[in-house]
Design a protein around this ligand. Structure first.
Ligand code: ADP
Length: 701
């Protein structure tokens, strides 16, 4: 309504009529208004227009730090200002809880100078608090409705003004409610959105990337960060990707147990709202110093899973205003599902790591591994199992085990059924698996049952150890013993026979007796040599001779071992020729073993050569040292060549000529040469001689 027309009408109307008019106008004006600021402005404007009095409406922010004020003059001009609470001087009106008339110069001078309100009246103000009456049901922020210098024309008395305040309160409450509902709707939407995102992904990074923006906007904060509590130390670690964008360039931050606000919150499992961080003793300033960022205010809440605090969530620097209990509730609503999501993500990572570990063990086992379900269908098989059965492991999946693993005696079904029996703690069977082509493999099968939460078996794990090698070793050991017994029997029988002949006086003359004793001595000698060599072999087999290799100078070895052999050969009437290069490169191995190799070969050359020469030749060839041991001896028949290096093997020629030996030397020589990465070859012509050529890799440089 136009102000001048109201002024004109006003004279003619009764006070009751005027109040009714104002009522109607306010009701009409406010009926569609759902914003508190609009309500304040409309009340100021209508009251000013109807009463021809400057009207001030002020309403505070939730923290009562300032008032938003609407000043409407008689001419209809409206001004909106923001007054700091201390300077507004509304307190006496608000505290009075009823309409109060206060005269200007009753105020102390200091107040008048500082006051925003008291700049406006010349004489007095009639003010009433908003909401009115100030009941706890009202949700409006505290404020005032003031008439400035109300003169006798102003028809509103104190109680009338209270009525106007009461009707304004209804509309203000309605506006606040609508605002609250709107905000809650947004927040609810955000929280349900967040909960949905949190439950739909197991990657923490994804969760945070998707949510931090929304949460920051809803809370109206500059930054949001998550710190995780390290279970053992209790330290809080701010995970890089969980820090707000402000911290992107910073190294990860770790707060010691109980340090800073975050540490306090984690230790006490209590949330905090701090609106002036630098005034709070708990605040840890170093983080700000590092980031060059200033933390003014923060809310920090513990992230809990059941009774455990797994970390903290903090919102930093409220934009516009301070953090309220409402913000805290909102952050807590987000914190619950976030904690669950972090825990889920961790559990998921743990499960994945465990799964990978088991898969690696399963795949890497040298034993064949199979898993079967309760129906005995194969659910998993490793490479070793595939190799054992000579079938690709993938093709085994889903097949009944009894069709795949066939035993020569017994069957897999009854073995697996027996695995669950409590009586047998470590169920095992030894048997022979029949492969596709009909061949058999000796095998040891061990089984274990996997049960679910109700102790019901849902899977079996089966390990298959190939016993072929063990069987081979057992066979070789048996052969060896048989060989020893056989070899020892001949000289023992000879010794026994000649000893008996001597005892029975069959050696009638001294010459014969000496001959008999000579045989006994030679055979005993042979026995002793044999036993010594067998012991050496046993040591070698047991790995006792395998010392770690070191550089060995062959020249030194030759200088030591050759002279006695030269004497021995000369004594036998042989020519002993040695051509040893004076600068043989070092070779890797150990002295004892090289001696064993060379002595055996040279000894054989002298032993199996009745006349002629024995020639030892050593020189560097390419990257090796080549040693040739050649003789003009009895030679080796071609048919003996394949067996020459086998244990106990002796050529027919050697045995027929009665040359003593065990057949163990060359076996040990070959084993040791190959052990050092070398090789041995033999060329021989029966009745003409033999040449053994050994190559040892030289140490480079
Ligand atoms: P032994 O103790 O019998 O000499 P070795 O293992 O050293 O055992 O040799 C195995 C066999 O190889 C000998 O018994 C012999 O028949 C044959 N042999 C080894 N060296 C020579 C050689 N230089 N000339 C001829 N035959 C050899």
């Amino acid at each position: 309504m136009d102000i001048t027309s109201i002024m004109a009408q006003k004279q003619n109307l009764s006070t009751v009529q005027k109040i009714q008019d104002l009522w109607l106008a306010l009701n009409q004006e406010l009926s569609n208004m759902f914003d508190a600021h609009y309500v304040c402005a409309a009340v100021a404007s209508e009251v000013a227009a109807h009463t021809a009095t400057t009207t001030i409406v002020g309403i505070s922010d939730p923290q009562r730090k300032f008032f938003d004020v609407w000043i409407c003059h008689v001419d209809g001009k409206m001004k909106q200002e923001r007054w700091v609470s201390e300077k507004a001087s509304f307190a006496p009106f608000i505290d009075a809880a009823k309409a109060t008339y206060i005269e200007k110069f009753d105020r102390p001078v200091a107040e008048l100078i500082q006051s925003e309100l008291w700049l406006h009246p010349r004489e007095a103000i009639l003010g009433v608090p908003l909401p009115f009456p100030a009941t706890p049901q009202s949700i409006s922020s505290p404020g005032v409705l003031c008439l400035v210098d109300p003169n006798q024309d102003c028809f509103l008395g104190g109680s009338d003004l209270e009525h106007i305040a009461a009707i304004s309160t209804i509309f203000l409450d309605r506006a606040y409610l609508r605002h609250q509902v709107d905000r809650q709707e947004v927040e609810f939407a955000v929280i349900s959105d967040i909960s949905h995102t949190l439950t739909s992904t197991l990657s923490l990074e994804n969760v945070f990337n998707q949510l931090s923006g929304t949460i920051r906007r809803t809370l109206n904060v500059e930054s949001l960060s998550v710190g995780l509590r390290e279970a053992i130390t209790g330290d809080i670690i701010f995970v890089d990707f969980l820090m707000g964008p402000l911290f992107e360039q910073m190294p990860s931050i770790r707060l010691k147990k109980g340090q800073g606000v975050a540490g306090w919150v984690a230790e006490n499992s209590e949330p905090v709202i701090i609106n002036d961080t630098y005034a709070d003793k708990r605040f840890y300033r170093r983080v700000d110093r590092q980031s060059g960022f200033t933390t003014h205010s923060m809310i920090c809440i513990p992230l809990k899973v059941e009774a455990r605090t797994i970390g903290i969530l903090q919102a930093i620097n409220r934009i516009n205003g301070e953090f309220s209990q409402h913000d805290l509730r909102l952050l807590q609503a987000i914190g619950g599902p976030l904690a669950a999501a972090i825990e889920n993500s961790r559990l998921h990572m743990d499960v994945l790591a465990e799964k990978r570990r088991i898969e690696t063990i399963f795949a890497g086992m040298s034993e064949g591994m199979l898993t079967v379900n309760s129906e005995h269908l194969i659910t998993n098989a490793n490479e070793a199992m595939g190799a054992l059965l000579q079938i690709a492991p993938d093709t085994l999946l889903g097949k009944p085990i009894k069709n795949i693993v066939k035993l020569q005696k017994g069957d897999m079904t009854s073995f697996i059924d027996g695995i669950g029996d409590d009586a047998d703690e470590y169920p095992q069977i030894i048997g022979d698996i029949i492969r596709d082509k009909g061949e058999t493999v000796p095998i040891l099968i061990s089984g274990a049952a996997v049960t679910d939460n109700n102790d019901i078996i849902n899977e079996y794990i089966l390990a298959f150890s190939d016993l072929t090698q063990i069987r081979e070793v057992e066979r070789m050991r048996d052969d060896f013993f048989q060989g020893i017994v056989h070899e020892l029997r001949t000289p023992l029988a000879t010794i026994l026979m000649y000893a008996r002949l001597l005892r029975e006086g069959k050696a009638r003359d001294e010459e014969k007796a000496v001959r008999f004793l000579g045989v006994i001595e030679r055979e005993s000698d042979r026995l002793q040599k044999m036993v010594r060599q067998m012991l050496l072999l046993a040591k070698q087999e047991a790995g006792e001779l395998h010392r770690s290799p070191e550089p060995v100078a062959l020249n030194a070895i030759f200088s030591e071992i050759l002279p006695p052999f030269a004497d021995q050969a000369t004594e036998k009437g042989l020519t002993f020729i040695q051509r040893i290069s004076s600068e043989l490169p070092d070779v890797m191995g150990n002295v004892d073993t090289f001696e064993l190799i060379l002595k055996n070969l040279i000894e054989n050359a002298i032993k199996y050569t009745p006349s002629g020469s024995v020639r030892i030749n050593a020189k560097a060839v390419n990257e090796s040292v080549q040693v040739k041991i050649a003789d003009d001896g009895i030679g080796i028949p071609p048919q003996s060549m394949p067996n020459l290096f086998k244990r106990f093997y002796r050529t027919q020629t050697a045995v027929e000529r009665g040359i003593a030996g065990t057949g163990l030397g060359l076996y040990m020589v070959k084993e040791n040469v190959e052990n050092f990465g070398g090789s041995i070859q033999v060329e021989s012509s029966e009745g003409k001689g033999s040449t053994f050529t050994v190559l040892f890799p030289a140490i480079q440089g």
